[in-house]
Design a protein around this ligand. Sequence first.
Ligand code: ATP
Length: 460
Amino acid sequence: MAGLSLKHIYKEYVGKSKSKKGSSNQRFGDFMAVKDFSLEIEDGEFIVFVGPSGCGKSTTLRMIAGLEEITSGQLYIDGKLVNDVTAKDRDIAMVFQNYALYPHLNAYDNISFGLKMRKIAVEKTNENGEPVLEIDQKRVKELRSKVKNLKRTLSSATEEEKPALEEILDEAVKELDYYSLTPVQAYTYRHMTKAEIDEKVKWAADILGINDLLFVKPSEMSGGQRQRIALGRAMVRGPKVFLLDEPLSNLDAKLRTTMRSEIVKLHKKLKTTFIYVTHDQIEAMTMGTRIVVMKDGVIQQTDTPTDLFDYPENKFVAGFIGTPQMNFFDVTVSSTASRLVVKFPDGQTQSYPLSEFSRLDKEYLDGKEREVVLGVRGENIYFGDDGIEVTLSVKEVLGNTTQLFVKMDNDEKDYIICAAGRNSYEQGDLLKIKFDVSKMYFFDKETERSLLKKPTFDRG
Ligand code: ATP
């Protein structure tokens, strides 16, 4: 188990051929895939990276795994700087979308494959059974490289970053001095016994409910079963951190929902740090204890699922989280002594009690007319006898809810309303709509930042 600290991480692909997707011959210019990514992940958290395709989620995950070099910034796992630690020495297990199982091996052999290769440390003793102490050359080598890297990072660090880095360097030098001079318990390394391997495989199989599959080959399994085997293979390694890269995207919708809750249960049982990449906001909302929303290589917001939904910091997050997408109206707002007046794209106006908008930036309440974006989710729009006039263009009955697409005069956009149950409205009907005033969001037209301050009270 481990916490992670990512500090100002950047990833630049320098005119490299694209190896991950697409043609291997395709050439690209320099490209900054991840920019200034900073995040503290606590031990045992379930963090989800979410964002549209190409936003840098997998690249960040691969940097954590050690499969991709970090261009600049620092990555700490369990307080240890690991920028230059190889993937196999990071104590991390990764589960991929394509499972990466060996087709010719049954589930048992797939799960135990890594264990058979692996050596475990055993305390070295002399003929009297006393501990043998030696200088730990491996550790000394690692610490030398850590000190070297820290010095290099320090030489290009900003004045702001320097004090923290100097402190870390100081600690590393002290540690290096200590281990260079002090003999410590020596270890020998041996392969795991058949019984030890068997115990681990059975443990994982019990948790994942795959005992019946242990002697079945992947080709005879369903996608969900294969995914469980891939999880088992990661579990038996006892990693400090689990990295999961879109592990459910090859499954059908029903199985995805089942596996989603199984992974959440697995996280609760293992109590290990999970970092999960997906482009599916429903997966993110239902699985993560915290979600990192990314766009164009940049973190947009890091928050709990409910706070992301309730308090989006910008228009992108507001539009990305929630189904169907939040409606965005290009409006102008102005205020009187007690009312906020909103003018809609077709010229209709509505006024709301100013007291309802205590979180709205004061600048927007100074009486001047300002162009902003108003955001309202479909489920926070109601029909009434008065309100904004719209025309119903499309109606979709989904069973327990009905989605209605409406238009305003002289406005190309469709706005979506989610109404509970059924209704008798028909295409072409003129309707009047009202908003839940407490669920109206405002965004700056240029920067797209939210104009509502996040409440500071403890929401529990
Ligand atoms: P997806 O959901 O499609 O996997 P993602 O958010 O995980 O997307 P990344 O795979 O991290 O995105 O890619 C981020 C950006 O970096 C993309 O624009 C991608 O084309 C680019 N990229 C990824 N790998 C390479 C590479 N090896 N060389 C050059 N560019 C790359």
